[in-house]
Design a binder for this molecule. Sequence first.
Ligand SMILES: C[S@@+](CC[C@H](N)C(=O)[O-])C[C@H]1O[C@@H](n2cnc3c(N)ncnc32)[C@H](O)[C@@H]1O
Length: 285
Amino acid sequence: MSEQTSTSNAEAVGKLYDRFAAESRDLWPDEAEVPNFGFGEHLHFGYWEDEDDDAPLGVAALRLTDMVIDRLRVDDTHHVLDVGCGIGGPALRTARRTGARVTGITVSEAQIEQAKAAALSEDLRLDFQLADALRLPFLDASFDAAFALESMMHMPDRRQVLGEIARVLRPGGRLVLTDFFERAPIPEVHRPFVDLLRETSLLTTVPVEDYPQMLRDAGMLFEEIRDISDHTTRNTFIEMSKPWTDWAAGNPDATLELALAAGIPAPGLIDVEELGYLLLAAQRR
Ligand SMILES: C[S@@+](CC[C@H](N)C(=O)[O-])C[C@H]1O[C@@H](n2cnc3c(N)ncnc32)[C@H](O)[C@@H]1O
């Protein structure tokens, strides 16, 4: 991939998240009421144990963060890289739970500000930097572990990102990530939703079967890959679309495009079960 293409992608994703922060504020002036559709500090899908599990999105999202942290196997002697750190929730949680030093990167300036503000009040070893995962500004073998919690789907070249992560990990260092994938061909009836998601959320997917080889090529030992779609996607879309009805009722100009651009998935997404979600762990050779 050319440097220009990757730079323009990083800029577009950065603007998406900057805009998400701003437009959420415009659409929901009362931030206390619906600050970000219930995600809290953890801007990723939730994990629900079973059909009887009625945890709210924020609780379920925190659960998924903890599943990632558990797989990192780090303690207070380690330095962890958070690739695509959002507003800092998972990095803070990692530092609080393990005592590890954590460096988070994102391409959104607004997120850096929020993450730094959240970290200020804590006596933790946390650092947040504006950086592109396709060109990590770190020395070789400078981290003990890394995670990419729902950020790979924005990356135009996963191979390059995995290569960069492997480069900055020390031998034996672990990588844990979550990602979307198409677990079945998207039928015609769901295509408009997925296409719109791809355009507005800059979603990309690769076949799940590609991951083991991509990791091997990057110099990593592939350890675990789990399809956790049934625990994540449907419930997250249900939770995220709850505000849609109220919002659409109060906005005569409401369109699907506007909703998705503002991070509100229309209820139609709930049935897009072909969009899968995976959890993966690997180790640097
Ligand atoms: C869905 S959010 C997840 C945020 C965070 N991991 C969490 O779970 O709360 C996706 C994140 O990936 C970041 N991201 C996307 N592309 C990136 C890139 N090329 N380099 C660094 N960060 C990137 C975005 O800026 C955003 O912070």
